[in-house]
Design a protein around this ligand. Structure first.
Ligand code: AP5
Ligand code: MG
Ligand code: ZN
Length: 218
């Protein structure tokens, strides 16, 4: 049976962090719309040009653009054993579009995991985040330092960067935009009996144990 998953959570909740563990253990492709936009922006593709003005400010990229890239991605062959959507859907329109895609592709959703964190904790998570330039591994200056200072645990790289949208003004707007959309989306998947909540305020390893417990029963 394939494992068709959505990982939900506010900015900084730990979607990318948990996605890494899920991919390592369950071998499903990680489909992060945020990563796809950042790749497109750094390569100055037409998609990147379209997305940049929205992502820089922390606004949502228009639904038709986002739905288009996900539809294309889900149609690829590597999603046969399953997929892990990270940061999509974020609006009810996107949830409806995804429902149509999974129907057309005959890849019904298995579960939606919502990483629940009090928004008050998130500003600190985002302002302390840094990312390996070479492989994209995510760290935090208080909660997740590389084992050897200045060296990426995953690839051994030495260069790190902070995300453009982790600057204070953009963070404020991202939280505002996403908090508003979050409640109806949670209700949407709860109604469809797909929702699992995990307490994302625990340590990274404890959150992973809770996520893994859910996934191993599916
Ligand atoms: P996206 O890249 O998805 O950003 P986001 O939703 O704001 O989420 P983040 O990636 O910031 O947080 P995360 O939950 O992955 O946390 P992480 O694991 O890194 O989207 C970026 C932009 O693209 C959007 O603003 C929008 O413009 C556009 N976009 C994307 N999808 C879209 C869509 N569907 N529709 C429209 N537009 C879209 O962790 C954060 C930090 O905390 C790290 O430093 C980490 O080490 C640390 N940490 C993680 N877990 C814990 C823990 N349990 N305890 C302590 N620290 C922790
Ligand atoms: Mg992320
Ligand atoms: Zn790395």
């Amino acid at each position: 049976m394939s494992l068709n998953l959505i990982l939900m959570g506010l900015p900084g909740a730990g979607k990318g962090t948990q996605a890494q563990f899920i991919v390592d253990k369950y071998h499903v492709p990680h489909i992060s719309t945020g990563d796809m936009f950042r790749d497109a922006i750094s390569n100055s593709t037409p998609l990147g040009v379209k997305a940049k003005s929205f992502t820089d400010k922390g606004d949502l990229v228009p639904d038709e653009v986002t739905n288009g890239i996900v539809k294309e991605r889900l149609a690829q062959d590597d999603t046969k054993p399953g997929f892990l959507l990270d940061g999509y859907p974020r609006t009810l329109e996107q949830a409806d579009a995804l429902s149509q895609m999974t129907k057309d592709l005959d890849k019904p959703l298995t579960a939606v995991i919502n990483i629940d964190v009090d928004p008050k904790l998130l500003t600190e998570r985002l302002s302390g985040r840094f990312i390996c330039k070479n492989c994209g591994a995510t760290y935090h200056k208080l909660y997740h330092m590389p084992k050897v200072p200045g060296t990426c645990d995953v690839c051994g790289g030495h260069e790190f960067y902070q995300r453009e949208d982790d600057k204070p003004e953009a963070v404020k707007n991202r939280l505002k935009v996403n908090v508003k959309m979050n409640t109806p989306l949670i209700a949407y998947y709860k109604d469809r009996n797909l929702l699992f909540n995990v307490d994302g305020s625990k340590d990274i390893d404890e959150v992973w144990q809770d996520v893994d417990k859910i996934l191993s029963t599916l």
